[in-house]
Design a protein around this ligand. Structure first.
Ligand SMILES: [Zn+2]
Length: 91
């Protein structure tokens, strides 16, 4: 009886979690693809990805860096783009 409780005991450093990557203030890993922008485009930061055509229209060719055919942008840049493009269908 009680063998389950015993089995659980075999866990020397069980509650010693690796928190070394979580002890700093929030930092992104994916930089925004727009030149001159220093924000992050991580999903947790609200970042999005635009097509290259969209990026060229908005920022001009050469003013962004693409990745596999997409341009990752931060929340702010995406909003800017969206604002510029929201009236697309009213033409
Ligand atoms: Zn940006």
């Amino acid at each position: 009886m009680g063998f389950k409780a015993k089995a659980r005991k075999h866990n020397p450093d069980g509650d010693k979690k690796d928190d070394s990557k979580n002890n700093k203030s929030k930092q992104g890993e994916q930089p925004c693809g727009i030149k001159g922008c220093e924000k992050f485009s991580d999903k947790s930061f609200g970042g999005r990805s635009l097509s290259i055509d969209n990026a060229i229209e908005m920022w001009g060719s050469g003013n962004y860096s693409d990745r596999k055919g997409r341009v990752r942008v931060c929340k702010g840049c995406y909003r800017k783009w969206k604002k510029e493009n929201k009236s697309d269908d009213s033409y």
